[in-house]
Design a protein around this ligand. Structure first.
Ligand SMILES: [Zn+2]
Length: 289
């Protein structure tokens, strides 16, 4: 019995010794470090408290979000269960300029005026929708179209890209512009819907997405036996809308004219319309600014 007990005691003693030695080799530096840090932190904490007391109303308290005052930056204090708001520095509150979206300008050099703001006169003169993309590289998804329609869409996209104002890139993922088709019958040949990010730039809304829906029955009815040309005209016209153009009224040869008769347009060949100067100028003033 005695021997066994001794053995146990010895074992425990050995184990304890082992613990001491291992901790002794690692611990000293860390322990001293820790103490110095926490001591510093305490000092700092005291300092902060003092200045808060001496300064009159350096912060405000809010229980809920809707109590937040403008000009204060709030952080939640878990201990107190309230939001503490510190007055923001003046230069911080007056950064409204940087809230304006980052907007890319086209590097093209078409002869259109430089504008600080898109005024009503400019909007009317250039047939603008008061929308533009914030960038000049815009993606397009045409996957919902038939193979024939896709080929025609690719040509129309290339025609617009050849103006070297903006660049449309066809992708198979979610894109900025989506072209779809429907067999729903109606009077419209196609419909384009724009959504804004809510940001404004020089009086224009920044476009977030555009969806073009081609209406097959109406397109077929109006094709006059030349479906390729009709679709080329329609896609060029709808992409014009998607990029920020509205209808023109005084020139029937315009692609953006409300009356889309293919016999009015100037053509580059039997299946492609020629993009007119008004269309080019509208894109140029939108994106060169
Ligand atoms: Zn239209």
């Amino acid at each position: 019995m005695n021997i066994k007990l001794n053995k146990k005691i010895i074992k425990i003693a050995v184990a304890a010794l082992a613990l001491i030695t291992t901790s002794a080799t690692v611990a000293p530096t860390t322990i001293t470090n820790l103490t110095t840090v926490s001591a510093k932190a305490k000092k700092h904490h005291k300092k902060v408290k003092k200045t808060k007391k001496s300064k009159k109303k350096a912060y405000v308290i809010a229980k809920y979000y809707d109590e937040f005052k403008p000009g204060y930056s709030y952080t939640y204090n878990k201990k107190k269960g309230v939001f503490i708001g510190h007055k923001m520095k003046k230069h911080h509150t007056s950064t409204t300029d940087s809230d304006e979206p980052r907007v890319e300008k086209a590097t093209s050099n078409y002869n259109v005026p430089k504008v600080k703001e898109f005024t009503k006169d400019i909007i009317t003169k250039y047939n603008l929708k008061k929308y533009r993309w914030s960038k000049t590289n815009i993606t397009v998804n045409i996957q919902a179209l038939t193979n024939e329609q896709q080929q025609i869409a690719k040509d129309a996209i290339e025609q617009i890209n050849n103006l070297h104002i903006i660049n449309l890139t066809i992708i198979t993922k979610k894109a900025n512009i989506t072209i779809t088709q429907t067999n729903k019958d109606g009077t419209a040949l196609a419909e384009t819907t724009l959504e804004s990010t809510g940001d404004e730039y020089k009086g224009l809304n920044i476009t977030e997405t555009a969806t073009i829906e081609l209406c097959n029955p109406a397109l077929n009815r109006n094709a006059k036996g030349n479906y390729e040309l009709k679709l080329n005209q329609s896609i060029t016209h709808e992409l014009g809308h998607a990029l920020g153009l509205v209808h023109t009224t005084n020139n029937e040869t315009n692609i953006m004219n409300a009356v889309q008769h293919i016999d009015y347009n100037n053509l580059i060949d039997s299946t492609h319309v020629a993009i007119d100067q008004d269309y080019i100028n509208s894109l140029a003033i939108l994106y060169q600014n």
